[in-house]
Design a protein around this ligand. Structure first.
Ligand code: ADP
Length: 180
C-alpha cells in the first residue's frame, strides 16, 4: 500500500528492515546505543561490527532523539538509530516521545541529503507500545513532516514484520489519507 504526501511516497510493506535498499534504515535503538534484541540485534548482526564501533563513539542518545551512523555491510548507506519510549501506561509522555523519535529521524535524513528511508515500527516490540496507537502516531508524524517541513525525501517506507502490524499500519494510513 502506498500514498503520496508532500512530494514523497509513504509505502507499507511486510518484510525485514535489514534487507532494505533505501538510503537509510532506522534502528529501534535503546538510549545506550548498546545493541539488544529485536530490530537492534538484527541490524548489528547483518551490518557487522563497524556500526557498533560508531555507536560506542557517539556514546548514547536520549529517548525521543536519533543519531546516524554508517550502514556497515548493509545495503543501506546509513543507519539512523532512533530511541522510542518504553510504554508505561500512556501517561508518561510516550506519545510525544514516539512522535519525536520519528520526527528527529526524518530531520537527520533530511540534513544528510537522503532521499529514501525505511522505518520499523518503533517501540512496539520489547518496549510494549500498543500497536494500533503506535501506528497512528507513526503515520500522523511522518505525514505531518512530509507536508510541512522542507525535505528532499522521495520515499518513506514502513517495514512491518508480521501481518498484524501491516494491517494496523494500513488502517492508520487509510485514516490519514481520508483526512486530507
Ligand atoms: P522496541 O524495543 O523499540 O520495542 P523491537 O525491536 O523490540 O523494538 O520491536 C519493534 C518492532 O519491530 C516490533 O513490532 C517487532 O515485531 C518488529 N521487528 C522485529 N525484528 C524486525 C525486523 N528484522 N524487521 C522489521 N521489524 C522487525
Amino acid at each position: 500500500m502506498r500514498a503520496e504526501f508532500g512530494g514523497a511516497v509513504v509505502e507499507l510493506v511486510r518484510g525485514d528492515i535489514t534487507e532494505q535498499g533505501t538510503d537509510a534504515i532506522v534502528n529501534a535503538a535503546n538510549s545506550g546505543l548498546a545493541g539488544g534484541g529485536g530490530v537492534d540485534g538484527a541490524i548489528h548482526r547483518a551490518g557487522g561490527p563497524k556500526i557498533m564501533e560508531e555507536c560506542r563513539e557517539i556514546g548514547g542518545c536520549p529517548t525521543g532523539e536519533a543519531r546516524i551512523t554508517s550502514g556497515g555491510n548493509l545495503q543501506a548507506r546509513y543507519v539512523i538509530h532512533a530511541v522510542g519510549p518504553i510504554y508505561r501506561g500512556g501517561s508518561s509522555g510516550e506519545e510525544q516521545l514516539l512522535a519525536s523519535a520519528y520526527r528527529n529521524s526524518l530531520r537527520l535524513a533530511t540534513e544528510n541529503g537522503l532521499r529514501s528511508v525505511a522505518f520499523p515500527s518503533l517501540s512496539t516490540g520489547a518496549y510494549g507500545y500498543p500497536l494500533r496507537d503506535a501506528a497512528d502516531v507513526a503515520l500522523d508524524t511522518v505525514v505531518e513532516f512530509l507536508r510541512n517541513e522542507r525535505h528532499r525525501l522521495a520515499l518513506v517506507r514502513f517495514v512491518l514484520f508480521d501481518r498484524r502490524a501491516l494491517e494496523e499500519f494500513e488502517e492508520a494510513l487509510n485514516r490519514v489519507h481520508s483526512e486530507r
